[in-house]
Ligand binder design. Structure first.
Ligand SMILES: [Zn+2]
Length: 253
């Protein structure tokens, strides 16, 4: 009876796909709940479960953050290893496995960039891995910046102070330019989020919907690739020009 007390409070969170349709312990039929209705043993989450389904969210990019938090905390309590300390090894292992999957799903969906990258992989398959590519229109600037950065690093403090100062100011200006570009990319990514969310979900099989989806995914993928590239350069600039400073904090990592 006491096992019931740590089941998720939210009813909808319990109606999720399971790894198997039969309880691993008593073999009775499962109806998509996390706990067997007959023997009350915890059931393992399927490794194939996608993170949106795991957290009971639609496959949207502007997600309901409150629903994400609520489902996550309800499920965390249900699977928490502390509850299974006195249970058998099978239940302990399921508790740990479910907790690990749940934590990964939560971290991935909570971060907007990771969420978008995950959705692209989910929708487009592993063939569409996101590479870091330079934005085409910044190619020349980035080339020059890399040369300046190399020169700056090669100059030690004390010697050629004047040139060093000149380069430092140039690199700091480059950094501000790139940070502004990154912020622009994040705005564009938000626009793609809304485009994605507005696409019909009903007519999944229709070729026109599929091609619309692919177009949005490809657009997001390009923005993400450029953004990661710019972000890495900004990090290099921060590290080289202000070794003790913390990188700027924002919701976008
Ligand atoms: Zn059972």
């Amino acid at each position: 009876m006491s096992e019931h007390t740590h089941q998720p409070e939210s009813g909808r969170a319990r109606e999720l796909p399971m790894a198997r349709s039969m309880c691993w312990h008593c073999q009775s039929e499962m109806t998509g709940e996390y706990f067997c209705g007959r023997c009350v043993k915890v059931q393992p989450l399927s490794k194939e479960l996608d993170y949106f389904t795991c957290l009971n969210l639609p496959r949207k990019l502007n997600l309901d953050e409150q629903a994400l938090e609520e489902t996550f905390y309800a499920l965390s309590r249900s699977f928490h290893p502390d509850y299974y300390a006195t249970k058998d090894e099978g239940e302990k292992a399921i508790s740990l496995g479910n907790t690990a999957l749940l934590n990964t799903a939560y971290r991935t969906l909570k971060d907007p960039v990771q969420r978008a990258e995950y959705l692209i992989r989910l929708e487009a398959g592993s063939a569409k891995d996101i590479r870091n590519s330079p934005p085409a229109d910044l190619f020349d600037e980035i080339l020059e910046l890399q040369e300046d950065l190399d020169e700056f690093r090669s100059l030690s403090a004390g010697e050629s102070d004047e040139r060093r100062q000149e380069l430092l100011e140039k690199l700091q200006a480059d950094r501000r330019t790139l940070e502004a570009r990154k912020a622009q990319m994040e705005d564009r990514l938000r626009e793609q989020f809304s485009r994605w969310d507005a696409l019909p979900t009903e007519a999944e099989g229709e070729a026109t919907v599929r091609s619309q989806k692919d177009a949005v995914l490809a657009g997001m993928q390009e923005i993400l690739s450029n953004r990661t590239y710019v972000k890495n350069i900004v990090n290099d600039l921060v590290a080289a020009t202000s070794p003790t400073a913390e990188p700027g904090r924002s919701a976008w990592h």
